[in-house]
Design a protein around this ligand. Sequence first.
Ligand code: FAD
Length: 481
Amino acid sequence: MANDTPAPVIVWFRRDLRIADNSALTEAAESGAPVIPLYIHDEQLDGRPLGAASRWWLDKSLRALAADLKDRGAPLVLRSGDAESVLRSVIEETGAQTVYMNRLFEPAAWERDAEIAQGLKADGVTCRGFNGTMLARPGSVRTGQDAPYKVFTPFLKALLQVVEEPAPRDGPRTLDGIEGLKTEPVDDWSLHPTRPDWSEDFDWTPGEAAAREALSRFLAGPLKAYGDGRDVPGKDGTSRLSPHLHFGEISPWRAVHAARQAAEDGRVPAKQAEKFVSEIGWREFSTHLLHQFPYMAERAFRPEFDSMVWRDDAEGLEAWKRGMTGYPIVDAGMRQLWATGWMHNRVRMIVASFLIKDLLIDWREGEAWFWDTLVDADMGNNIQNWQWVAGSGADAAPYFRIFNPVTQGEKFDGDGRYVRRWIPELAGLSDRWIHAPWTAPKEVLAAAGIRLGRDYPAPIVDHAMARQRALDALEDVKSAR
Ligand code: FAD
């Protein structure tokens, strides 16, 4: 007798840890077959091991997703190991004939997925890929000459023309799941740090519900003055959606749609909403570039910068990581990063410029530290932005633009609120001295209870000297072309 129950289908979750706007999940549910939601803990998902802060986030995000899927009737199956081997065992155990997944566009993941799809096809299993992470599929935004864009403004214009921006859709309310499949407890993966648990000040709630709340909070407040507010690190002026977007707890088109809707309803000025859309555009630009120029993960996007001679300065690197450079805005940023797993964008630019140009340390060292410590660590965004600051990237800051950490602090943290929050030992200094404590008269330092070199470091490098050193080194690169 023929068995007319359709073979189950697998939904392979990766960086799309949500129910709503999840094309792979929705299509699988609509196929009418029983659905097996699967997450594979594969250390090489991105082609490089997850950073520690990302592991922290993943731990909570998976628990939230598992609860949401369970409520709908399909328990999340958690397995660890090499992705293809795990997929093959689940297929063998269940007789599944289709794997639904939202594509990953990072080069190693892209290649691995293609290999898996080919291997499974040979055995009669179909892989169906969807776009669940980007406004437009990387590779689909091309110039008139059918080449990738290397300059942001025309890229954004073209992106906004091709982008489909589907209306946000609630995901399936119920799923026809399968009980009894073997699953590993997420605790076994030791994603949350212990001995020591450095995450005590991580003030985040991962998961889809929290992502939606973050978006609502942003629309109701910071978006109204986003254009200027986003540059002030002492203010809550941005969305803080980056880790939610990275892990796919919210779709970028939901964020864009909501911002534009708020403008249409007159709740926020249209100009502010469009500024936010253009920042989401930078996220697209970064991943599109990395997808089309995979070499930029390791090497300078602009090859002439490969001849740059970097300094080997273990002590300087350590001082930078620990927030002990003696430049308050730099140290505040690095301490915010360590304490919370996130750093304000303006300060990310300042600390990156300091590492690359004041210390002449290879941008890859900074990229690696950010990769390990950011909850929003994202290959496209991180690599593109580091190369942007270094001057070696596409549409990068000109190489001779070297941030002055004192004037940057004075301009964007004029009331010293950000520095005082992250460097309490300087809290007693007035606004006049807070960004350059070494210039303060002795009696001012004494009155604020600061002994430079003991309570807070003297600058580890003289900015004027370092600036000239960087310009000389960069001039050599330019003339070596
Ligand atoms: P908002 O201002 O609310 O912006 C909304 C969204 O737009 C962000 O969530 C993000 O997805 C995107 N976005 C904003 N600015 C940028 C940008 N410059 N480049 C790409 N996308 C952007 N962002 C990451 O998500 N992951 C990283 O690993 C990362 N590394 C960075 C490294 C350096 C050296 C620098 C200078 C920037 C880096 N950024 C990275 C970009 C940016 O700093 C963060 O996306 C932003 O600070 C996140 O905060 P938010 O969500 O409140 O941003």
